[in-house]
Design a protein around this ligand. Structure first.
Ligand SMILES: NC(=O)c1ccc[n+]([C@@H]2O[C@H](COP(=O)([O-])OP(=O)(O)OC[C@H]3O[C@@H](n4cnc5c(N)ncnc54)[C@H](OP(=O)(O)O)[C@@H]3O)[C@@H](O)[C@H]2O)c1
Ligand SMILES: [Zn+2]
Ligand SMILES: [Zn+2]
Length: 338
């Protein structure tokens, strides 16, 4: 059995080093992919540092994977050797629970995350269940599509989930990997788009990415200046924020939707919701069909992440760059195993 070559951390906050392992025989419903490119999501950094207490080591990051199918298990369906595919946060789900049978496989209680107790995409090969191996539309550029598989679907799904109208006013808070793709999606959806950023250097860029207006995400006065206006506010930052002022930006029936992994409770005054029928919600990524629809939408509207590239062998430099907050806007690692 040929070994897989990867970059792995042996414990929390450790540097990644070259790591070889025997993957064992391919599962009957599994697909094996030769990795070409793999995006670096902030969740990879949080799992590396065991911030959520769920990490397994050796930890092989990478859950925005693009590559070519090189082998399929005997009962794998829908993809064949040579296909260009992507794999995101989820590598497998049970396929027989109510959620899986209802097409909500991303909510499956036993879904297998690609990077938790499973070898991720910072490797020469990665495996996933056939249903989670998403064919890439030919019109998408495979060299930049990776980040759509996690970050992209996470910020696209709320538009589908809540049937957001093109007449809606939408705010995107945190213009990083997820947030910059959210600006592009919200603009292409037809919405009036407000970017909330804590980085003054992103004000002009946010407009070139699709924002019509830009507001400081840390300055209560600027946040209050748009009170009562937003139908949807997507929170992609992973830090505590000015929650009272942010909830007050929502229009009647408006929704604040959290996708960033904020490590502290979000305080909410019931009266800030009651009188205006406002809602607060959250969601993880999306189902395989949601991902396929999002890729189709991205191809049709020419939406691609704005990326910085590193060879995979510089994975530690790439993590440091993400951690410094300087990534513009998503890092992609290109596989360079010899
Ligand atoms: N729900 C899901 O399924 C899902 C999927 C993928 C990722 N995530 C989570 O989503 C979060 C964002 O991921 P990402 O890859 O987009 O991360 P990222 O590229 O690091 O972007 C995060 C952005 O948050 C903002 N931010 C950071 N520190 C801040 C502070 N002190 N005050 C205000 N804003 C701050 C920054 O935007 P500005 O510079 O514009 O302020 C930063 O660019 C992470 O927690 C990640 O784990 C969740
Ligand atoms: Zn992710
Ligand atoms: Zn299931």
């Amino acid at each position: 059995m040929a070994k897989f070559h990867s970059w792995a951390a042996q414990g929390p906050k450790q540097k990644l080093t070259h790591f070889e392992f025997d993957p064992g025989p391919i599962g009957v419903e599994e697909v094996e992919i030769a990795v070409e490119h793999s995006g670096l999501c902030h969740s990879d950094l949080s799992v590396l540092n065991n911030e959520w207490g769920i990490s397994h080591y050796p930890f092989i990051p990478g859950h925005e994977v693009i590559g070519k199918v090189v082998a399929v298990g005997e009962q794998a369906k829908g993809v064949k050797v040579g296909d260009h595919v992507g794999v995101g946060w989820t590598a497998a789900s049970c396929m027989h629970c109510y959620l899986c049978l209802s097409g909500e496989q991303h909510l499956c209680r036993t879904a297998q995350p690609t990077i938790i107790g499973h070898a991720g995409g910072f490797a020469d090969r990665v495996r996933a269940h056939w249903a989670w191996t998403i064919p890439l539309p030919a019109a998408l550029d495979a060299t930049t599509a990776g980040p759509l598989l996690c970050g992209g679907i996470t910020v696209f799904n709320p538009f589908e989930l809540y049937s957001i109208s093109p007449t809606a006013r939408v705010g995107i808070l945190g213009i990083g990997g997820l947030g910059h793709m959210a600006l592009k999606f919200a603009n292409a959806w037809g919405c009036d788009v407000t970017a909330f950023t804590s980085s003054e250097s992103k004000y002009d860029e946010a407009k070139s990415l699709g924002a019509h207006h830009v507001v400081s995400s840390r300055d209560v006065k600027s946040i209050k200046s748009i009170a009562g206006s937003l139908d949807l506010l997507i929170i992609t930052a992973n830090v505590p924020l000015e929650w009272g002022a942010l909830i007050a930006t929502l229009a009647p029936k408006g929704r604040m939707h959290v996708v960033g992994a904020i490590p502290a409770p979000i305080p909410v005054q019931a009266f800030d919701l009651i009188g205006s029928e406002r809602e607060i919600s959250a969601s993880p990524t999306g189902s395989p069909v949601d991902i396929a629809k999002m890729l189709d939408f991205a191809a049709r509207h020419n939406i691609a992440p704005q990326v910085e590239r590193f060879p995979m062998s510089q994975v530690n430099e790439a993590f440091a760059h993400l951690d410094s907050g300087k990534a513009r806007y998503r890092i992609i690692l290109d596989a360079d195993f010899k």
